[in-house]
Design a protein around this ligand. Structure first.
Ligand SMILES: [Zn+2]
Length: 100
């Protein structure tokens, strides 16, 4: 499941000099560090699917919450706790939320 592939190699050939690079891959995230003529750098590559998952969580949570509120409102249930409010007038007897 967890894989760690670390390798050091003589990498790209830039400007007449060969850069020394080290590449590490863990769960699809690749970190490449390089050194060339006294200069150092790092490049991080992250698969797009990670960002898709991260940025889908909040909209999906909002959608599920909205759908639950719509369903509860249409069924005469408390929007907060889902208690049956058909016999109640002004407040939910379960959680105390005002009935609008
Ligand atoms: Zn309630």
């Amino acid at each position: 499941m967890l894989s760690d592939d670390t390798s050091a190699q003589a990498g790209a050939y830039w400007g007449g000099k060969t850069a020394l690079s080290k590449q590490t891959t863990l769960l699809g995230v690749t970190v490449t560090t390089w050194a060339l003529a006294g200069r150092y750098g790092m490049h991080v590559a992250v698969p797009h699917v990670y960002f898709s998952v991260i940025f889908c969580v909040l909209p999906l949570a909002w959608l599920l919450k909205t759908l639950r509120r719509v369903r509860r409102k249409g069924s005469g249930l408390c929007l907060h706790c889902g208690y049956d409010l058909r016999a109640s007038r002004d407040r939910c007897p379960e959680c105390g939320t005002a009935i609008s």
